[in-house]
Every structure is written in C-alpha cells, then in structure tokens.
Design a protein around this ligand. Structure first.
Ligand code: MSP
Length: 514
C-alpha cells in the first residue's frame, strides 16, 4: 500500500504589492501542516502561487510605466524569496499568467457555456473598480463598497453569467451532509445563512480591461478574476490535460487554507463551479482569522504594514514562525505586536526550550564526561515524565489535524515545561554528591536527553531550522532514524552517545536590540 495522499493549498496572492506578515501567517501555517503530514507518513502535495490578473494590477503596472507581465514578474520573484527565507517548502508554485493555467480556465469556461451554465446578458449594476465587484443597492454601506468603503459607479455591461442560483440547493445539501467541509463552525454558519438569503447568478466576465484570460469564443471579454483564480487549485495538477497524473493522485484537496475574508468565494463559487464541471469537491475549507494591528487592519495607506523580511533578519526565521503559529488561536483574530514577539521568544524559546538543552548538556558533561549514560529503573517521578513524553505525539497529531496549531505548540510546551520542572524536582546537583545515587542521576540525565529528542521531533514541522542544531548537540546528527515520527517511542537514544555542547539555541533578545 502506498502512503495516504494529502493535498493542501494556500490562497494565491495578488502581486499588487509585497506581502506582509499577515500573508506570511497563512503560508507558514499551511507549510507547517504540510511538513507535519510528510513527517507522519503522508504523500503530500503543497501548492501556493500568485493571482496575477485583473484591472487593479493592470493599473498599478501602468502607473509604474510597465507592462503587467513585467510588473508582476518582479513582485512574484519577491514572493518566492520570502517563502524561501521563511523555510516554506512548497511542491509547486502556480502563476495564473502561465499557459498551463490559462488553458484549463478557458476549457472549463467554454464547457460551462456549451452546457448552458454560462450565458450572456446585459447587466447594469453598481461597480467597485478596486474590488472588481458588482454590488446591489442593498449591499452598499452608506452608498459605498461594503468591502473597501470606496465609491461605486453605475455600469452597464454586456456580460457572461454563471448560473450559480441553479446549484444553491445542492450546495446547501452538500454542506449539511459534510459537517467538516467548512471550518470553524462560525464560518460555516455564515456561509449557510448567506446562501439561504438567495444566490444570484454571478457575473463572470468583464470588458473594461485587458489583463486577464480572454473568453475563448468572445475575446472582447476577460474572465472574472475569481473564476480564474479559484481554478488554480486544479490547473496546477494538470486537470483536463494529458498530464493529469497529479490531479488523479491528489484531488480532491484535503485542505484549502484561506483567510476569513475569502471563505465565501471558496465555499460558494468554487464548489458550485466544481459541481457544474462534474468535479469532486474539496474535503475541507479552513477559514483562519486575521493578524491585526492595534491600529486595525494592516494597510499601506495606514503605514502600519509589517515586513516579514525585516523581522527574519532581526529575530531569525524559527522565532517568527513560532510567534505566528503560537499567537493566532484557531479561527480567531490575533494582534501583532513586536513586544509580544520578543516576549514569546524570550520566554518560550530562550528560557524554556533553549535552557533545557543547555542545562541537560551541561550536566551530562559535568557528571558523565559528555556521554549520555545508561538509565537505571524508573521511579514514579521519572515515569511521569516518560508518560507525558509518550502521550504528547498523539495529542499533537490530533491538534494539527484539527488545525489547532497554537494548541499543538502548547502541548509540546507542556512537555518542555515538565522536563524543566523535573530538573528542579530531582535536583541532580544533590544526587551528584552522593555516590549511592549515581544510577538515579544517570536515569535523570538519560530521561532529559530522550524527552528533548522527542520534543524536537515534534517541533520540526513548526520550526524546521533549529532541530539540526539539537541533533548536533545531542550527538545524533547522523542518526536520521532518531529524527522521525516513528522514533517517538521511549528509549531510542543510545546510551554512550557523545554529546557536544553548543551555542544557546535561542539567545535572549535584549530589549535594546528590539
Ligand atoms: N488573490 C486572492 C485569493 C485567491 S485564492 C484562489 C486574495 N489575495 S490576497 O493577497 O489579498 O490575500 C491572500 C490571503 O492573505 C487571504 O487569505 C487573506 O485572508 C490573507 N491575509 C491578508 N491579510 C491578512 C492578515 N492581516 N492576517 C491574516 N491573513 C491575511 O485574496
């Protein structure tokens, strides 16, 4: 039997500007789940990319005296650089301006037209140009676009429409029969009540700009950005082409990870498009919360945008990943603050995690000449630590599967804290004074090294950078079999292993540095 497959996606980002720390959160979270699934024996495909078409991007390019393609090429290169600096290991990066994508979108559009699910009509409506969306009078907020709060204009257009309304009941039934489809429940309820208010057919073409995928049989029209963008999840797998091996292997997606603002697109337009095209629906759409600033949403106009590259240079990638994953509870919003980032790094990483390794290696050096000793029999206190180390992996796996990444870190943190407390409780420095307690001291040292190994394996997906340094200090760099999920049973680290003390894993951040 082959490994079970697991396909996870991020939203594809608009290359209208550089990405900020909020975008980094989404991608780091998806990367963590992807890494975790690889670690736990899955055959993983992890897709990210860029959503390059539309009027807004066309305008920005022109304002910069550039062709749209040249303009987005440069920004997308920056995306890739950011992901690499954040240790994001994607399987593929799809750009909507690539031919492989455009072909699939055109083919589906033409097919839906032929089967009558897309039709042409004249449309008159209130249009918000920056958001590229039509609104009804009722949806406006004080006469302005409900999304961006800017003015709208009355526009009359000949357009193509997608018969969304026809599929509303089927979608409701699907959501009802698949309780895990939209998570968390609060988002699911929002989507359900939105559909119940009545779905109108969706306008799926524009004639007001050029930069996009042309309607294949009517090239005056450009295909609506969301139909274009959503299709990336299958075009990247070669859907409908001769090379559709990836599609057959990985579709339907296990998780589409998206921010709360785009849940509706993913839970209404996307499933209906798939239904109409006769394609299976994704298994789960997870809508996460937002990373906010004290001053509200991050935006260029407010001048409160946090550049992840600056933070990585200052604090290191593991600390940034840890902070993002630890800070946002599943589904809820969180507030970004550099003070908190420093606090978390100092308390959780420098004090708890980092110090535990320094203390352990220092004591093994001092009491056992730098070799991990052979443990003796376990007391009740030893057993308590061992039991926690043995229970934690299953707990972490359950939490990651539920997308509770922050709680998964809390669970691993509990083991680290328990080990730190175990040092206080066993008081090795007292044992060391009494030759009768030599065996007991050996047991304590062994248990500390082994729990540390286990905690590190569990943290690998969250912070991929630091484990190599732990393996070096514990003397097991060349024992990759001890870095695996399968190795999370007790007693694997061999007695006699020579440790080597190293630099602190996470130096404390002095407040002046900040
Ligand atoms: N291009 C569309 C997505 C198409 S997917 C088929 C888009 N792009 S985006 O660049 O505007 O946003 C991408 C993702 O970043 C969204 O999921 C959005 O929620 C997320 N975030 C943007 N700002 C964010 C925060 N401040 N915090 C967390 N996530 C945020 O929408």
């Amino acid at each position: 039997m082959g490994k079970p497959t697991f396909y996870i996606t991020t939203p594809i980002y608009y290359p209208s500007d550089n990405l900020h720390i909020g975008h980094a959160y989404t991608t780091v979270a998806a990367d963590t789940v992807a890494r975790f699934k690889r670690l736990t024996g899955h055959d993983v495909w992890f897709l990210t990319g860029s959503d390059e078409h539309g009027q807004k991007i066309e305008r920005m390019a022109r304002a910069n005296n550039q062709e749209p393609q040249a303009y987005v090429d440069k920004i997308v290169a920056g995306f890739k650089e950011l992901w690499s600096k954040l240790d994001v290991e994607y399987s593929d990066f799809i750009r909507t301006s690539e031919d492989r994508h455009k072909k699939v979108v055109s083919e589906i559009f033409a097919r839906l037209y032929e089967q009558g699910d897309i039709y042409k009509a004249t449309y008159e409506g209130l249009y918000c140009t920056p958001c590229e969306a039509f609104w009804t009078e009722r949806q406006l907020v004080e006469g302005n676009c409900p999304d961006c709060n800017r003015g709208v204009e009355l526009l009359q257009e000949e357009s193509y429409f997608f018969r969304q309304s026809k599929y509303a009941d089927r979608l409701l039934e699907y959501i009802d029969q698949h309780p895990g489809f939209i998570q968390p429940v609060s988002r699911r309820n929002e989507v359900v009540s939105f559909i119940k208010m009545g779905l109108e057919d969706l306008c799926v073409s524009r004639t007001t700009f050029d930069w996009g995928i042309k309607v294949p049989f009517d090239p005056k029209h450009v295909i609506y950005v969301w139909v274009d963008a959503l299709t990336n999840y299958i075009s990247a797998l070669g859907y409908g082409t001769e090379n559709d091996e990836l599609f057959r292997r990985y579709w339907p997606a296990d998780i589409h990870l998206v921010g709360k603002d785009i849940v509706r697109f993913h839970c209404i337009i996307w499933p209906i498009l798939l239904m109409a095209a006769g394609i299976d629906l994704p298994k789960r759409v997870i809508g996460h919360g937002w990373l906010l600033m004290e001053s509200g949403k991050m935006s260029k106009s407010k001048g409160n945008v946090i550049d992840p590259l600056v933070l990585i240079d200052k604090y290191g990638v593991d600390a940034i990943r840890y902070y993002l994953l630890r800070e946002l509870p599943f589904g809820a919003d969180g507030y970004y603050s550099e003070d908190n980032l420093v606090f978390r790094t100092n308390v959780d990483l420098a004090n708890d995690l980092g110090n535990l390794l320094s203390r352990t290696t220092a004591m093994i050096n001092k009491y056992f000449d730098g070799r991990i000793p052979q443990p003796g029999s376990a007391t009740a206190l030893d057993q308590e630590l061992i039991d926690l180390a043995l229970q934690t992996p299953a707990e972490v796996e359950r939490l990651v599967d539920a997308f509770e990444l922050s709680n998964a870190l809390v669970a691993i943190g509990r083991l680290v804290a328990r080990a730190n407390k175990y040092i206080e409780e066993t008081s090795p420095w007292t044992m060391a004074k009494d030759p009768d307690e030599h065996d007991q001291l050996a047991t304590v040292m062994y248990n500390l090294a082994e729990s540390y190994r286990m905690a590190t394996v569990m943290l690998t997906a969250f912070m991929p950078g630091f484990p190599a340094r732990v393996w070096a200090q514990l003397g097991i760099s060349d024992r990759s079999d001890l870095h695996t999920w399968e190795s999370l049973t007790w007693g694997r680290i061999p007695p006699g292993t020579e440790i080597s003390r190293g630099q602190p894993l996470f130096p404390r951040i002095e407040t002046e540095k900040k």
